[in-house]
Design a protein around this ligand. Structure first.
Ligand code: HEC
Ligand code: HEC
Length: 269
C-alpha cells in the first residue's frame, strides 16, 4: 500500500509538475493576449456609468431602483418577458411595451447604448457588461462555424467528451460564458481538466475528470465511456492545466450571438 502511494506521488511530482509549470506559463501569455481582445465584446465602463443615470431618470419610476417592480420582470438579473438579445432591448425601449403601459422612448444613441450596458452589467455601475446577441444566429454558429457542437452535447445531441451545455444558461453568467469562449485557459474549471491515467495493467486512459475523492477518480474517456478507477490501481495520474480547446476565432458579434444562445439553454424545456 505504502509503495503504491509512493509511486503515484513520485510519478505525479516528476511528470506532472514541470508540465504544470510550463502550461501555466502558456496560459498566462495566452490570457494577456486575449484580455486585450475582450474589449469590443463588452460595453465600456463609461457606457455602464452613463446608463445608470439614464435609468434613474427615465426608467426607475416604473421599474424601481432595483429593476424588479414590474410584475414578472427583473431587469437587474436579465429576467424579461420577450426580450433576449440587446437588439430586442433596443427595440422595446424604442417602441414601448405592454400596449402603452411602457411608453416609447427616443433616447440619443449614447443614452440607449448606456442604459442597455447598465442592464447587462446587472445594475452594478462598476460591473462588467457583456454584449448579448441573437440566440437564433447563435445556435447556427454553435452548430456550424463555431464548431462548439463538435465537442459539446446539448439536449441529447452531440458527444459526451466535453461538458453537456443543456443547462449552462442557468448556471453561468454571461461574463463567465464569454471567458470560456475567448480565453479557455483561464476559464478552465479544476474538475473539468484533461487527465491521462496509466493503470497497473498498462492501459493508458485519456479523458476528462468528472469527479475525484481520496481513493477513486471518475472520468469520461475518449470513447465517451464513464470510468471509475481506484487510485491504487494506477501507476500514473497526470492532470493537465491546458484546456482541450483553443480560443475562438469568431468575431465579437458572433461571440455575442453564441452567448445569446447559451443563455437560452436552461434545462429541458
Ligand atoms: C411608465 C412606466 C414605465 C417606464 C417609464 C419604463 N417602463 Fe419598461 N416596462 C413597463 C411595463 C408595464 C412593462 C411590461 C410590459 C408588458 O406587459 O409586456 C415594461 C417592460 C419592460 C421590459 C421587458 C420587455 C419584454 O417584453 O421583455 C424592458 C426590457 C423594459 N421595460 C425596459 C425599460 C427601460 C430600459 C426603461 C427606461 C428607458 C423603461 N423600461 C421605462 C413600464 C415602464
Ligand atoms: C475541442 C473541443 C471543444 C470545442 C471545439 C469547444 N469546447 Fe467548450 N469545452 C470543452 C471542454 C473539454 C470543456 C471543459 C474544460 C473547461 O472547463 O474548460 C469546455 C468547457 C466549456 C464551457 C464551460 C462549461 C462549464 O461547466 O462552465 C462552455 C460554456 C463552453 N465550453 C462553450 C463552448 C462554446 C460556445 C464553444 C464554441 C465556440 C466551445 N465550447 C467549443 C471542449 C470544447
Amino acid at each position: 500500500m505504502k509503495i503504491r502511494i509512493w509511486r503515484i506521488t513520485r510519478l505525479c511530482t516528476l511528470s506532472t509538475l514541470p508540465a504544470l509549470a510550463f502550461s501555466v506559463l502558456i496560459a498566462m501569455s495566452a490570457h494577456q493576449a486575449q484580455a486585450q481582445e475582450a474589449g469590443d465584446h463588452q460595453y465600456t465602463s463609461e457606457a455602464v456609468e452613463a446608463g445608470s443615470q439614464v435609468y434613474t431618470q427615465q426608467c426607475a419610476l416604473c421599474h424601481g431602483p432595483q429593476g424588479a417592480l414590474v410584475d414578472g420582470i427583473n431587469l437587474s438579473i436579465g429576467q424579461f418577458r420577450t426580450v433576449q438579445s440587446d437588439t430586442d432591448l433596443r427595440q422595446v425601449i424604442g417602441e414601448g411595451a405592454g400596449e402603452g403601459r411602457m411608453p416609447a422612448f427616443s433616447l440619443r444613441a449614447e443614452e440607449l447604448n448606456g442604459v442597455i450596458a447598465f442592464i447587462r452589467a446587472g445594475f452594478d455601475p462598476e460591473g462588467e457588461a457583456v454584449k448579448i446577441g441573437d440566440p437564433i444566429r447563435g445556435k447556427t454558429l454553435f452548430e456550424g462555424e463555431g464548431q462548439c457542437a463538435d465537442c459539446h452535447r446539448v439536449r441529447g445531441v452531440g458527444p459526451r467528451t466535453a461538458p453537456d451545455l443543456s443547462n449552462i444558461g442557468a448556471i453561468r453568467t454571461p461574463a463567465s460564458l464569454q471567458r470560456n469562449i475567448l480565453d479557455p485557459a483561464t476559464a478552465l474549471l479544476p474538475i473539468n481538466r484533461p487527465v491521462r491515467l496509466v493503470t497497473r495493467n498498462e492501459e493508458t486512459i485519456v479523458g476528462r475528470r468528472l469527479n475525484e475523492d481520496t481513493y477513486t477518480v471518475q472520468i469520461i474517456d475518449s470513447q465517451e465511456r464513464l470510468r471509475s478507477l481506484k487510485k491504487t490501481d494506477l501507476v500514473s495520474y497526470e492532470i493537465s492545466d491546458e484546456p482541450s480547446k483553443q480560443p475562438t476565432t469568431m468575431s465579437s458579434d458572433e461571440v455575442a450571438d453564441v452567448i445569446g444562445y447559451l443563455l437560452t439553454l436552461r434545462g429541458l424545456e
